[in-house]
Design a protein around this ligand. Structure first.
Ligand SMILES: Cc1cc2nc3c(=O)[nH]c(=O)nc-3n(C[C@H](O)[C@H](O)[C@H](O)COP(=O)(O)OP(=O)(O)OC[C@H]3O[C@@H](n4cnc5c(N)ncnc54)[C@H](O)[C@@H]3O)c2cc1C
Length: 223
């Protein structure tokens, strides 16, 4: 059962269904969903029973048959290179979902860098997104994971920022530069930040300088 509280990390074996490299060195893996969860929650993953696990946002809808996670391969990392080499049928150890970075129907801006899009994609696939603006910042155009679907479904409420390439359609620059160009930030809106620590801190400072109350900012940092 999903809960908002940090739970004891009891790790349960699951069988991998899919492992797809959806962009260079970025993988989407999935297994059969056996738990309820709230969109925005995370799980702990490990390859062995006694191993120190790592934390990942769930990246699938909460009524879908499979549970998915999106991750970057850290070449020198202890888990991700081995996780990237898994094949369907291999075993993975997964904790129960937990966490308090939760989406709801209320108006919000979803601001993500890189694989930080995962919890927002989970929220979107769980039926949220009508009152939400999704801002995704990446370095290269092929890192707009799920971009076609998001563009089709969210239209102008999906803003793509690309810092090292352009195609005439996306905002060329970092997402923090896009934020800085906004004339104002709507009130009565929550601002969700997810991704690398530098982006989260810079975006938070821009929002606060733009008059967003501290209490309206929610952050999940991938460190
Ligand atoms: C709440 C939360 C949610 C997260 N969700 C996601 C997600 O959805 N997707 C995702 O991709 N990541 C996510 N992360 C990050 C994830 O948990 C891992 O930290 C990440 O995948 C790296 O794991 P790893 O074992 O491969 O690398 P690690 O072994 O943890 O190493 C990470 C980096 O540190 C370097 N390093 C390791 N040891 C040393 C050392 N002794 N000295 C110097 N450098 C060292 C490695 O070279 C590597 O580049 C999340 C983190 C948190 C806290």
């Amino acid at each position: 059962m999903a809960s908002g509280k940090m739970e004891e990390a009891v790790m349960r074996p699951v069988t991998l269904i899919r492992n797809e490299e959806i962009s260079p060195r970025v993988h989407l893996i999935s297994w059969r969903r056996e738990d309820d969860f709230l969109p925005g929650q995370v799980v702990k993953l490990a390859l062995g029973e006694g191993e120190t696990p790592r934390i990942y946002s769930l990246c699938s809808g909460n009524r879908e048959e499979e549970m998915a996670v999106l991750f970057n391969v850290r070449e020198e990392g202890s888990l991700t290179p081995r996780m990237a080499a898994l094949r369907p049928g291999d075993r993975l150890y997964v904790s129960a979902p937990y966490g308090t970075f939760l989406g709801d129907e209320a108006p919000a801006w979803w601001i993500a860098s890189g694989t930080g899009i995962a919890p927002f994609y989970s929220m979107f696939r769980s039926g949220l997104g009508s009152h939400h603006l999704l801002v995704h910042g990446v370095r290269y155009l092929n890192q707009f994971y799920f971009g076609e679907e998001l563009q089709r479904e969210m239209g102008s409420r999906y803003v793509r920022c690309c810092s090292r390439e352009g195609d005439g359609e996306v905002f060329q620059g970092r997402l923090t530069a896009w934020l800085q160009q906004q004339a104002s930030f709507p009130s009565g809106t929550r601002y969700y930040l997810c991704g690398n620590p530098l982006m989260v801190v810079e975006a938070r400072d821009i929002l606060i300088a733009g008059g967003v109350p501290w209490g309206d900012i929610v952050a999940e940092i991938y460190f």
